[in-house]
Ligand binder design. Sequence first.
Ligand SMILES: Nc1ncnc2c1ncn2[C@@H]1O[C@H](COP(=O)(O)OP(=O)(O)OP(=O)(O)O)[C@@H](O)[C@H]1O
Length: 413
Amino acid sequence: MVSVYTDWPKSAADLLPLPDCDGPKLRPFDFRGQQNIQFLEHIGDGAHADVFRVNIGGQIYALKVFRFGIEDRWMAPEHKSDYDSPEAARAFYNYSEPFCAECRAYGRLQEAGHEDLSIQCFGYVLLDEKHEDSLMKQFPELRHAINGNYQTIDSVEIFSRKRFLGKDGRPPPIRCLVKEFGHECDALQAKDAKQILKDIIRLHQLGIIDIDIADRQIINGKIGDFSTAITVPHYLTTPALNPHLAPEWISAMEKELFVFSSNDYWVFDAMVDEVNQELSMEHDEEHDEESGETQNSIRKKRIEVFAFPPGKGNRPTRYDLRGTTTRARLYTLADPRRYNWRDPVKRGNSRARPEDGSQKPHQRLQAQPPRWYLDFSRKEAERLRQIAFAGFTNQLAWTFKEGHIFPTQRPQN
Ligand SMILES: Nc1ncnc2c1ncn2[C@@H]1O[C@H](COP(=O)(O)OP(=O)(O)OP(=O)(O)O)[C@@H](O)[C@H]1O
């Protein structure tokens, strides 16, 4: 029988780098002996995980504990019947399930020597029974969420941890990542925004897109959440993974990838707009008793850092299609497909030492990567404008046939 999730390890030798598919992988956390975690405090949660402040060997870390989420929380096959097959579920799980997605992104940052682009991740952990027990006893209110029966669909309680059992018939172990413990940023400032934008471009150069960008996700001034990330090679980014794709689907995938990449910049620009709007509201509220000095300081706090400055680039909320030809040439700031995932370190003879003098390989990234230009019909460009207004949703759906993942058209609402 095919196991979907990683099974309970019998010994440390079973803790292989994850996930089990082409591309980057993350190593297990090194406890230097027995697993030993002291849970201190529940510090946050999101759509995919609960995060705890923990003590491991006298050091404080953030432990991200992933739930066994149902498929509509991640890029899984369109038809649930597809997902009922363990082979299909496993194929999607390894690339896209939030725990695997985050392992792959961190694996890439480590293999390329660019861990500085995010808060650090020190490896994955599969909680042993003793630690699962203490987690559940200490935080009983989270028991249901962590086990996966946190959602009821059509009056049926989904107990997703039990959906795919391990070899010995048990539900799989709880999966976690050990990360640097940090703090959310108080108020986004221009210098943070400039750095975050630079980091997004560098992540795209490393083949990592669909990053969760929001000011609440910025921890210690860095991007800290990759649970939705798509990392090259991936069934969306890399047609070479499926030799049976028809040319029209390869072209549809290219456009979809372009839109996913653009969306990271649209979200960044929307975040900056929101911060500026909040500042303007503060300004209006204080207007009556406001001195000229306050107005100046609010003006100074405005962030003028945009991926697609107003009126330029492919920021669909701003571009004007009137008077253009039948084609629209759009661009994003880096092409994630240029990352050479088959030979990550030697690419372009760019082997170099990291600035901190350590011995890890380091792939030098071009300071100003070439833009990625792609032609769209006027109609398609208009559609992009609309989806960016309405919130991005993927246009392609995915299905599993004869050992491969294929794109299909997503039904339009
Ligand atoms: N390293 C960390 N240090 C301190 N707090 C953290 C850390 N990582 C996450 N948090 C807190 O936990 C929250 C949830 O974490 P995270 O965003 O990684 O989970 P998620 O389920 O992937 O969320 P999302 O729904 O945004 O995808 C964060 O918004 C933040 O408040």
